[in-house]
Design a protein around this ligand. Structure first.
Ligand code: ZN
Length: 364
């Protein structure tokens, strides 16, 4: 089952770095205790605005519905969990590319607002918690019985894709101009990440950012091969690869790795080349009036959706997020487009690429 509780790392701003992570572990212990022998295993993630759990249970009847009684930790329990989190932080911080994309970029882009952290927490301040302080802070944020969105595999019975959603319903995503030019962050292994911040009114529109990644990947691999020679690209969207959790904005990271021996060129110049190639390909496609590229991007999206639809766990999470955030999840929908819609979509992607280029240009 997927369980989502509103409130995540954003509440660390008030209660200290790592509070939400500790609270997540506390909730896991509570679920485990409530489910008893039916509990098999669980994973959890503290995202900015919500805490998400995936719990595997032995029997379909074993569900937590809409409330959970908190497990009362002893001081020894707390110390044990703090030690577990300690090692999780060490592991997370040793992944240089994860650090660059999941912590530094959202910070520098201001994706989640000021003073936000990535949810793992601070090892020093985590040691300051007592059982009583923790209980009080959890009670102030989630209450004694938190409201939960719960979706079980059984809830998915009778679920099917819905094809009646057209792609252009929302407002679209816009690239938020970076005031100080492009945000670049060094990752590990010689990779530098460049980040863009996107705003959206309707979370269904965020799939355009996924489509941008498809587009840039295709261009980097085929059309841009000449310009991109000697470079490897790493495209990532959102913190921990998650989407629809930043509420109104999200970000795209493009990592560039120079192969040993290739000429040292500024990151901005490599990005500029990639964006320029992408623009040229889109323009040529739009000129023909029947965008094969947009069609290809649509097909890639259908493949992506099909993969998600195959995974019951991912479906659970998406359906459950829709419960919390309203409406059905955009990723579970597919839509066919006619040629004029495809061309219009290629135009729209071109607008986004143009806006991304402006950002790079300002700092050049
Ligand atoms: Zn943890």
């Amino acid at each position: 089952m997927s369980v989502i509780i509103d409130g995540g790392a954003n509440e660390d701003v008030v209660h200290g770095a790592g509070f939400a992570h500790l609270r997540e572990h506390w909730a896991l212990a509570s679920f485990r205790r409530a489910l008893g022998d039916d509990y098999v295993m669980a994973t959890a993630q503290t995202l900015q605005y919500q805490t998400e759990f995936i719990i595997f249970v032995r029997s379909a009847d074993a569900v937590v519905r809409d409330r959970i009684d908190w497990w009362q930790w002893s001081t020894a329990d707390l110390a044990e969990e703090v030690a577990v989190i300690d090692s999780e932080i060490v592991a997370a911080e040793s992944d240089m590319n994860g650090l660059a994309v999941d912590r530094e970029l959202p910070r520098r882009l201001g994706v989640f607002g000021p003073e936000t952290d990535w949810g793992y927490g601070d090892r020093e301040s985590l040691r300051g918690w007592t059982v009583d302080n923790l209980r009080t802070a959890v009670s102030q944020t989630w209450g004694d019985r938190p409201a939960m969105a719960v979706t079980t595999a059984r809830d998915l019975d009778g679920w099917g894709p819905n094809d009646d959603l057209r792609p252009f319903r929302g407002q679209g995503v816009t690239v938020r101009p970076a005031s100080e030019g492009p945000v670049t962050v060094a990752g590990g292994g010689g990779i530098t990440y460049c980040g863009w911040h996107f705003d959206y009114r309707d979370r269904r529109d965020l799939r355009a950012v996924d489509d941008l990644v498809t587009l840039l990947t295709l261009v980097a691999r085929d059309n841009g091969a000449r310009e991109a020679q000697g470079y490897e690209f790493d495209f990532r969207i959102g913190q921990f690869g998650e989407r629809h959790v930043a509420r109104g904005s999200d970000y795209l990271a493009v990592g560039i790795k120079c192969e040993p021996g290739s000429p040292v060129v500024r990151t901005a110049a490599v990005i500029d080349q990639l964006l320029e190639s992408t623009r040229a390909v889109l323009r040529a496609d739009i000129g023909v009036g029947d965008s094969r590229l947009a069609m290809g991007i649509d097909r890639h999206r259908l493949l992506r959706q099909a993969r998600i639809n195959q995974s019951i766990v991912q479906r659970l999470v998406l359906v459950n997020r829709a419960k919390l955030l309203g409406g059905e999840d955009p990723v579970l929908h597919s839509a066919e487009r006619d040629s004029s819609e495809l061309t219009a979509y290629a135009q729209y992607l071109l607008t986004l690429i143009d806006d991304m280029s402006v950002d790079v240009g300002t700092a050049a």
